[in-house]
Design a protein around this ligand. Structure first.
Ligand code: HEM
Length: 499
């Protein structure tokens, strides 16, 4: 009897202690011990489950994954936290998974503190020196665009009906990816380049593994699960095999550069620029600070991966939307024909005179809404937002996804409607600062200006030269994008005609 009473008291104490612990955080769905709210998330679309929690619990709530994550889903509160209290919200929560990727605090996107500040500053400076934000990068982008147009023209010329039916995904991947490839690694993949096919396989395998993150999410909070044979093998171990392959690709590129690196030559790509910085520090005796071979690999991988995947994904959506909304495609083409014509390339300097094209590209980036769950930030110190106390070191998810479909900011957000960014005369582009696909605050996307330039130029060039239509009888679905680091459309075929 005494034992039963003692056991009950101990249980009640643990329950009380657990409830008090949960109550320390803003409200949200009640978390179960060990799994938190992981089992309440739709495995195919966890971001939709998080959005549904937001509708129930308000603009700030806690979701346990299985560690408590504070979700901010309102734009004004996001600005208050990430911009006004920028330094405090500039941390990066790595958890067990991301710590494993970079072997601790390394790289840019997974780093924080002094190492992040230094490496981000160096990366920004180097990308600018290669032309990011200037005309130089535009010329590099045009090289990739011209290659893609050449490939399509080449295939079209083989078709007797003057129509090409194809899945453009991987040509886009190659052409758009070639921009960041040339900046970081220094070369373009040619059409049938075997190196590209090797990379394609590696990337496909990696995407497939992150598509169903349930087990990996659990291991992120409970590392011991990795040491249980079944959960370990199916979860983190399997992911790390794919991560290692991507890392080995970058390591191979670095080693190839090391063979013919000459510190007296002006660097022409990011790898050479990084090596040059290390050589300079060694030569002058300046402190190496956080510059090291491993840091170089992590930083390069961050810029190359973050620079390639979302931009390509955005272009895949852009073309799919044009199949779905042929009237928009025709209006963009009419504007391009009238303002630029067909005899020269569209340039960034044309943008102010292309309000409908600019509005369409903006709506593509809002509507595609490709980042389902933001990479978690971390608040460094105890903080209060909207009356809720957030303990220091807590992960924070600033959900861009919810902002981009907030009906208060974008009436009828479920409609693809470029006109929402035009004035009443339809002649002037009106920006809406809440279109934040690149995030806000100190850690916002480092490649925003490059990505915006790429998307505008690729989109305009493709529509200037070709018309895109859905093959007859093939339904085009905009529903159920494939979950992953980015939301991807299902593969689709497209009919291409020269204009
Ligand atoms: C459509 C294209 C792109 C989208 C939608 C996008 C979006 C984002 C977002 C949402 C973040 C996270 C911001 C945060 O933590 O709050 C981010 C970070 C980052 N992006 Fe991009 N990005 C794109 C293209 C690029 C390109 C072209 C590059 C490379 C030149 C790049 C490099 C990075 C890096 C290095 C970070 C980490 C920044 C940090 O943690 O300090 N991204 N991006």
């Amino acid at each position: 009897m005494l034992f039963v009473i003692a056991f009950t008291i101990i249980c009640l104490y643990f329950i009380y202690d657990y409830v008090c612990f949960v109550k320390k955080y803003p409200p949200g769905p009640f978390p179960f011990p060990v799994v938190g709210n992981c089992l309440s998330l739709d495995p195919e679309a966890p971001h939709e489950s998080i959005a549904a929690f937001g509708r129930k619990y308000g603009p700030i709530f806690t979701v346990w994954l299985p560690k408590p994550h504070i979700v901010i889903s309102d734009y004004e509160l996001m600005k208050q936290a990430l911009v006004k209290d920028g330094d405090n919200f500039a941390g990066r929560f790595r958890g067990n998974v991301f710590s494993l990727f970079a072997n601790g605090n390394h790289g840019i996107s997974l780093a924080d503190g002094a190492i992040w500040k230094e490496q981000r500053k160096f990366a920004m400076h180097t990308l600018k020196s290669f032309g990011m934000g200037r005309n130089v990068i535009e010329a590099k982008i045009h090289v990739s665009i011209n290659k893609l147009i050449e490939w399509i023209d080449d295939d079209l010329s083989k078709s007797t009906e003057k129509v090409l039916t194809t899945d453009l995904s991987w040509s886009l991947q190659q052409a758009v990816g070639n921009v960041i490839n040339s900046v970081v690694i220094g070369y373009h993949f040619e059409k049938d380049d075997p190196r590209f096919f090797r990379l394609k396989t590696i990337l496909e395998e990696f995407f497939d593994t992150v598509r169903r993150p349930g087990l990996i999410m659990l291991e992120n909070g409970h590392f011991w699960l990795r040491h249980i044979p079944f959960t370990g093998r199916m979860g983190l171990d399997s992911l790390m095999v794919k991560v290692k392959r991507v890392q080995d690709f970058m390591k191979g590129e670095i080693e190839a550069h090391q063979k013919d690196f000459d510190e007296n030559e002006e660097p022409t790509d990011f790898i050479a620029a990084y090596m040059m910085e290390m050589a300079r520090r060694r030569k002058t005796g300046e402190d190496m600070s956080y510059f090291s071979d491993w840091q170089m690999q992590c930083t390069l991988l961050d810029i190359w991966g973050a620079g390639m995947l979302p931009t390509v994904t955005m272009m895949r959506w852009a073309l799919l939307f044009m199949l779905h909304y042929p009237d928009v495609q025709e209006r963009v083409q009419y504007e391009l024909d009238t303002i630029v014509g067909k005899d020269r390339q569209v340039e960034m300097a044309d943008k102010p005179f292309l309000p409908y094209t600019t509005a369409t590209v903006t709506e593509i980036q809002r509507f595609a809404n490709i980042i389902p769950i933001n990479q978690p930030r971390k608040v460094f110190e105890d903080t209060v937002i909207n009356g809720y106390r957030i303990p220091g070191n807590t992960p924070v998810l600033a959900q861009i996804h919810t902002v981009l479909q907030d009906p208060k900011l974008f009436p009828q957000p479920e409609r693809f409607n470029p006109d929402r960014f035009l004035d009443e005369t339809k002649q002037k582009f009106i920006n809406n600062e809440a279109v934040i696909p690149y995030g806000i605050g100190k850690r916002m996307c480092l490649g925003e200006s490059l990505a915006r330039t790429e998307i505008f130029l690729f989109f305009a060039a493709l529509l200037q030269r070709f018309s895109f239509a859905a093959p007859k009888g093939q339904p085009i679905s905009l529903q159920k994008p494939k979950f992953g680091i980015n939301l991807m459309p299902e593969n689709y075929e497209v009919e291409i005609r020269s204009r």
